[in-house]
Ligand binder design. Structure first.
Ligand code: SIN
Length: 464
């Protein structure tokens, strides 16, 4: 029997020892949720909706405990963890309602004695692989629409943060979700991913994580032609136009970049500022970033928790050093705080000025509290810089000129766009990337579609 430890990245303390699921166990769970599928999909949608709503209510009752679990295993500040629980639960509330709105349609046929009826039905067993940076929200954003649609689900949380999933699934069972409808397995993605992709009973893979892993899952899923939904890497640009409200732009940039210590897929990774306002913007951002406090997320005053592990820390440090070597000015921050014995890795919130395209940070996703600023001369240059990478998850811009704003929304190749808004995510909106940032949407009415198959029925020989 193999096990792994779940550690608090802020203290290095072991929180739990978790048993890795064996291949036989994963296959048995897939078989079990496959058995559960026919009963769950046949239930009245109102019944499924009521159970999902009960799950929501239990999460609300247990939100403080859940937030503390999230902070301990992921390192994010408690106030953000509580925000995540509310955000996670908003998906459950939304899809409990949407369960009742899975509509088909009829289509006028070209011959008078025919009737064409479109039906929607659940795809079947779904396997979901979720990341450590939002252990609650990324689980509910997948499970809530899946269960609402009538699918059954096996979740594989990140090895860094399985405790949130364990608690959420426990609450789902308490709410009345049958054990053979929602289950979890534990272990590394490299071991469990292939078990999911090879299994013919799994009809859909949904994944949030890096682009290379996503590409591999797509390739492997092709062998049995599974449905796939992929929420992959990003490299979000922020464009600050010459007419922007600088105070608001700096505040929203702070929110976008430094949430979860910069460990989010949609966080700002590079800022392009019009040359006429770059100094004013950089000064304002520096002032705000200087006030952020690093520490253990359980402490009230903490704004920036640790990086999840040494690999994450090393990447941030290397990008910072590479940018400085190539001429970037470190406006604030720039240092790590490491305790090798405890294996805790913090990095100061950092802003770099005079960034250029040859720097690693301008090309490769950072996943840490490090933000480069580059100036631009006109809006088409800013658009071309923003669109220059293979990523297309989120982009942000700040302007009060509606013509510039609409022009940017037409020309930026990104799935999620914040206009004067650094926090665009919401349960009712379709979140998802373009280009190599993903396939499929999560959230909103669109987030139900990936869990449904479309069938059509052509009825001929009708009396006319
Ligand atoms: C992510 O960036 O990983 C998800 C963030 C969100 O849903 O807002």
């Amino acid at each position: 029997m193999s096990t792994f430890n779940v550690k608090n990245p802020a203290t290095g303390k072991v929180l739990a020892e978790i048993q890795e699921s064996t291949k036989e166990e994963v296959e048995a769970i897939i078989e079990d949720v496959h058995q559960g599928f026919s009963e769950w999909k046949s239930r009245d949608a109102h019944d499924r909706a009521a159970i999902i709503k009960k799950w929501h209510d239990l999460i609300e009752e247990n939100k403080n405990e859940l937030a503390e679990i999230i902070t301990k295993e992921s390192g994010k500040p408690l106030k953000e963890a509580l925000g995540e629980v509310n955000y996670a639960n908003s998906y459950i509330a939304w899809y409990a309602e949407e369960a009742k709105r899975i509509y088909g349609k009829t289509i006028p046929a070209s011959t008078p004695n025919k009737n064409i009826i479109i039906k929607k039905q659940p795809v079947g067993v779904v396997a979901g692989i979720t990341p450590w940076n939002f252990p609650a929200a990324m689980l509910t954003r997948k499970t809530a629409p899946a269960l609402a649609a009538g699918c059954t689900f096996v979740a594989k949380p990140a090895v860094e943060t399985p405790l949130t999933t364990i608690k959420l699934v426990e609450l789902a069972h308490e709410a009345g979700v049958p054990k053979n409808v929602l289950q979890y397995v534990n272990g590394s993605g490299s071991k469990i991913g292939p078990i999911f992709t090879e299994n013919k009973l799994v009809k859909k893979i949904t994944f949030t994580g890096s682009t290379p892993v996503g590409k591999n899952l797509i390739r492997e899923s092709a062998k049995t032609v599974k449905h796939v939904s992929m929420e992959l890497g990003g490299h979000a640009p922020i464009i600050v136009c010459e007419d922007a409200d600088i105070e608001a732009a700096a505040t929203q940039t702070l929110i976008s970049k430094f949430r979860n210590a910069g460990q989010t897929c949609i966080c700002a990774n590079r800022v392009f500022v019009h040359e006429s306002v770059v100094t004013a913007f950089a000064d304002k951002l520096k002032e705000k970033v200087s006030q952020l406090k690093i520490g253990n997320g359980l402490e009230e005053e903490t704004d920036i928790g640790p990086l999840i592990n040494k690999k994450g820390f090393d990447k941030v440090k290397a990008q910072c050093e590479n940018a400085a070597k190539l001429g970037a000015e470190i406006l604030v921050g720039g240092h790590g705080k490491v305790d090798e014995d405890k294996e805790t890795y913090f990095f100061e919130p950092t802003v770099l000025l005079n960034a250029t395209q040859e720097m690693d940070i301008m090309n490769d996703e950072t996943f840490g509290p490090l933000l480069p600023i580059q100036s631009f001369a006109n809006i088409d240059e800013a658009i071309s810089l923003a669109n220059s990478l293979p990523f297309g998850l989120a982009a942000y811009y700040f302007t009060n000129d509606y013509r510039t704003g609409l022009y940017l929304s037409d020309h930026l190749d990104f799935g999620v766009i914040g206009w004067n808004d650094g926090a665009p995510s919401a349960a009712y909106a379709p979140f998802g990337g373009l280009k190599e940032s993903g396939i499929g949407k999560e959230g909103g009415a669109e987030g139900m579609e990936p869990y449904l198959d479309t069938k059509y029925l052509s009825i001929g020989g009708l009396k006319v």
